[in-house]
Design a protein around this ligand. Structure first.
Ligand code: HEC
Length: 315
């Protein structure tokens, strides 16, 4: 660097430090970088026409392809379930535990004939839908193969709180053989495993109807507009008065479907109520903490934020 430039650089450095430096840097004559002009307007007329034509053709082609694709797409023929006003939908609403209790009864008396729920144990029901005594009673109704005992033999014993729900079939092959080759899926997480969650399961259970004119379903399959493909291997499992509720609620088809869906939602998301309670606590905590932290931040930074740095040139 030449000697003559030194004072200039020093002045520049100082200018950057003080606030006046900002306007100095923005002024036209300081540090101006020449840029190549690449705008559309600067192109020749022929190029403009060529680029415009290319753009129109590309956009038109893409649009046409999309429209054609939409018109021939045959993959979206099933009916999408409406969204139902579940009592647990709200931001702060818990599950309806009386409904979970009835839903368990529906599962046990109807669905358990074909569907397993292998991730649920009897102990999970304690404090949710039943008391400990009640659940012990429920568990004792089943026979569990345990062992081996001292002589190496397997034996059966009444169920305990720690036992998992009994399975209707010992293996998937047996389940298929009994259901025309279709496997009834495990219901533990079914509402999380299907688009539309409990809305879908509710619609599926209540949506059986006669096939429309011109549509026939194979022997052993049933028409259901909500099922992908419309032909489901599950016979309509519920109807009015399919069971009698212990608590005296009248067991209409929609009531039964609603209760079993609430039960299945709990099964797939047992932390549901806890999650919403934690959410509320978090919101209430942050309502106090965030303003406090904001105030503290302003307080701490006030010295830095309100200071003024001035450059006083030497006399
Ligand atoms: C008679 C046996 C049987 C009973 C009882 C039964 N299901 Fe099913 N379920 C099946 C079979 C078989 C399938 C598989 C259907 C298929 O893949 O076509 C199935 C499939 C399902 C599916 C999955 C549908 C999908 O999208 O893949 C759900 C959800 C379901 N059942 C819920 C229930 C509920 C809830 C009950 C009790 C109210 C119940 N089922 C009672 C046999 C049964």
């Amino acid at each position: 660097m030449r000697d003559a430039e030194k004072p200039k650089m020093a002045a520049l450095r100082l200018a950057v430090c003080c606030s006046a430096g900002r306007s100095f840097l923005q002024s036209k004559n300081a540090l101006h970088a020449s840029r190549v002009n690449m705008s559309f307007a600067s192109l020749s007329k022929g190029r403009k026409v060529a680029i415009s034509t290319l753009g129109v053709l590309t956009a038109g082609g893409a649009g046409l392809a999309l429209v054609l694709h939409q018109s021939v797409k045959a993959s979206d023929l099933e009916l999408h379930p409406p969204s139902y006003p579940w009592s647990h939908n709200g931001l702060l609403s818990s599950l309806d535990h009386a409904s979970i209790r009835r839903g368990y009864q529906v599962y046990k008396q109807v669905c358990a004939a074909c569907h397993s729920m292998e991730y649920l144990a009897f102990r999970n029901l304690v404090g949710v839908s039943h008391t400990e005594e009640e659940v012990k009673g429920l568990a004792e109704e089943i026979e569990v193969v345990d062992g081996p005992d001292e002589s190496g033999e397997m034996f059966t014993r009444p169920g305990k709180l720690s036992d998992y729900f009994p399975k209707p079939y010992s293996n998937p092959e047996a389940a298929r053989a009994a259901n025309n080759g279709a496997l009834p899926p495990d219901l533990s997480y079914i509402v999380n495993a299907r688009h539309g969650a409990e809305d879908y399961v509710f619609s599926l259970l209540t949506g059986y109807c006669d096939p429309p004119a011109g549509v026939s379903v194979r022997e052993g399959l049933y028409y259901n507009p909500y099922f992908p493909g419309q032909a489901i291997a599950m016979a309509p499992p519920i109807y009015n008065e399919v069971l009698e509720y212990d608590d005296g609620t009248s067991a209409t088809m929609s009531q039964v479907a609603k209760d079993v869906c609430t039960f299945l939602r709990w099964a797939a998301e047992p932390e549901h109520d806890q999650r919403k309670r934690m959410g509320l606590k978090l919101l209430m905590g942050s309502a106090i903490l965030i303003p406090l932290v904001y105030y503290l931040k302003r307080h701490r930074w006030s010295v830095l934020k309100s200071r003024k740095i001035a450059y006083r040139p030497p006399k």
